[in-house]
Design a protein around this ligand. Sequence first.
Ligand SMILES: *Cc1c(COP(=O)(O)O)cnc(C)c1O
Length: 355
Amino acid sequence: MVHAPLRPPAGAPPVRINLYSDTQTRPTPAMKEAMMRAEVGDEQHGDDPTVHELCDRMAALMGKEAAVFLPSGTMCNVIAILTHCSKGDEVVAHETSHILHSEGGTHAALAGVQIMPLKGPRGMFTAEDVRAAIRPRTRYAPPQRLLEVEQTANIGGGAIWPLAQLNAVADVAHEQGWATHMDGARLMNACVAAGIAPKDMVANYDSVWLDFTKGLGAPLGAVLCGSAEFIGQAWRWKQRLGGSMRQAGICAAACLYALDHHVDRLAEDHANAKALARGLRQIPGVVVEEPDTNLVFFDIKGCGMTVAQLQERLRLRGVAVSGLGGRVRACTHLDVTAPIIEEAVLEIRAALAAA
Ligand SMILES: *Cc1c(COP(=O)(O)O)cnc(C)c1O
């Protein structure tokens, strides 16, 4: 079993067009300048002023009392679940959710929770679906404690939960006495595309986090927000998991820079994603979902080639895309421009024509 990251195939040229993920951006020169200028201290000891500034800004942006800086989004999810739940509890989430598929079974391994997977188009479910998932409160049934949603829904196609639906599912959870948690890895994409302020988008969620490495261009970092009580408990788990850091302000400075300079421009990524979808739709056999944000999913079953074969052919042409849920996924981000999109369409058309 290979657990280490894979290296590029032998003889593959450098990646010229990287649509693999919005996580593969490099810090810009201006972001690096901001990192170099950062005032730092011992974060674990509460002495890093730049981390405090980032947490204060994030708490205000999300309309929550407090926030904590963590190295990754995965750690935000696991700490949120550890904080909200006890062993044997159940978390209600979509069947395509990141916590279920892409976090190495962390929630079972570390929090001892089970996840009840709900169905629904584009990574979303309805208030009715949540009602239908409510278990009787008997000693036979696992205690249900938490509702989790992803905004945007990743495998759902980068889809944006409409605000009314987000609020409706959270209302059902709260009626049952459950907590609500939002995986906001790409929350800013949703807020920019929908024109809704983050604090309004997350008002009905007890905890929420944002990833600074998804399209926002920071080298690492995510911020988890919630009540002062919740963040206090979250700090205990941060310490236990080894997520307490030292001069982390050097990274928090990159996140602050991203908040100031890389949020509004997400609209360009969304326009580029739409252009990519339009271009791909012209290729015979390709079925493209209309993107809400920066993720473009397309089906190539009609092209006589598997997703892995297309990935390999494209990689040999210097183009990287990912495969997710049986489809091809192409992400737009900071390093992708309109001319790159035009070239990507030509490359994908050529790679598929070889079938
Ligand atoms: C990437 C991602 C995560 C995990 O974030 P990392 O920073 O990679 O640990 C969690 N949820 C969703 C929806 C994601 O896309």
